[in-house]
Design a protein around this ligand. Structure first.
Ligand code: NAP
Length: 274
């Protein structure tokens, strides 16, 4: 039995074990997906242990994605651009390869719902790690235009000066931007409580009627509810989660991930969690 797992702190809430194990089982691969809660002081040793042949690799989540970059032996150009590793693959020679599958995972989730990123004007809320991954993805895909709105404007400015796009404050001045936005992405950490929203929801009235609102939070949020009540298309973050996991699976196993199985298991695990 080979092992792969999730490195983070905490990790107990994660949906990854449910849909990754379902994928390994569907392909009859003798692999166990485990949860590896890892406090910061234990991260270096946890990653170093992956060199043992029993391990295929790992996923890495909050708060270790940035630090993991410095503990792998080689990181992809994409992981370096994103400044973060969410997937570690043990290579045959025992060296550890770091990749960022959040980036293609985000793009795959757009393609899956028929959005071609090269054709859309995007507004991203937030300037943290997730927003950075989204910006790297949009740049890879040749997105038409990107505006980053963040509570702390300086962080949005730093991000856009490095990765392209325009920085604006996250307040009522966003209305002008939203008038010419096709895709609004919430990449802030606001919304998990089901009671708060990253922006004044009346601002959604500025979006064109064909616009899509995409919340990286993988549950229904006030933002998505408000978008739907305006007749806008609303997408939650489960697709990105499943697709980043599918890309990780492909790297660990060299096999095509069973996407339908992963989707079904992820939805069931989310529903069970409530
Ligand atoms: P992060 O690095 O901590 O960044 C948090 C962002 O949220 C910052 O831009 C911060 O603004 C903003 N923010 C926090 N509190 C706010 C408030 N009260 N009002 C307005 N803005 C606020 O977090 P992250 O790693 O980027 O993660 C962001 C979200 O993306 C999380 O909910 C995470 O679960 C989700 N995510 C989903 C996926 C997926 O697969 N679906 C993948 C990755 C991440 P300041 O700069 O002003 O502090």
């Amino acid at each position: 039995m080979q092992r792969v797992g999730l490195i983070g702190y905490p990790v107990a809430h994660s949906l990854s074990p449910a849909f990754q194990q379902a994928a390994f089982d569907a392909l009859r691969l003798p692999v166990r997906y485990e949860l590896w809660p890892t406090p910061p002081e234990a991260l270096a040793a946890r990653i170093a242990a992956l060199r043992h042949p029993t391990f295929l690799g790992a996923n890495v989540t909050v708060p270790h994605k940035v630090a993991a970059l410095s503990y792998v032996d080689v990181a992809s150009a994409r992981a370096q651009r994103a400044g973060a590793v969410n997937t570690i693959v043990r290579q045959e020679d025992g060296r550890l390869f770091g990749e960022n599958t959040d980036v293609p995972g985000f793009l795959a989730s757009l393609y899956e719902v028929g959005i071609e990123p090269a054709d859309v004007r995007v507004a991203v809320l937030g300037a943290g790690g997730a927003a950075r991954g989204v910006l790297v993805a949009l740049a890879e895909a040749g997105c038409r235009s990107v505006v980053v709105a963040n509570r702390t404007l300086a962080r949005a400015q730093a991000l856009t000066s490095e990765l392209g796009g325009q920085a604006v404050p996250l307040d009522e001045r966003l209305a002008d931007v939203l008038m010419s936005t096709d895709l609004l992405v919430n990449a802030t950490s606001v919304g998990w409580d089901g009671a708060s929203a990253p922006l004044d929801l009346t601002l959604l009235a500025a979006l064109p009627t064909h616009a899509t609102v995409y919340d990286l939070t993988y549950r229904d949020t006030l933002l998505l509810q408000a978008a739907r009540s305006r007749g806008l298309r609303a997408i939650d973050g489960l697709g990105m989660l499943v697709h980043q996991g599918a890309a990780s699976f492909r790297l660990w196993t060299g096999q095509e991930p069973p996407l339908a199985v992963m989707w079904a298991a992820a939805k069931a695990a989310r529903d069970a969690r409530g």
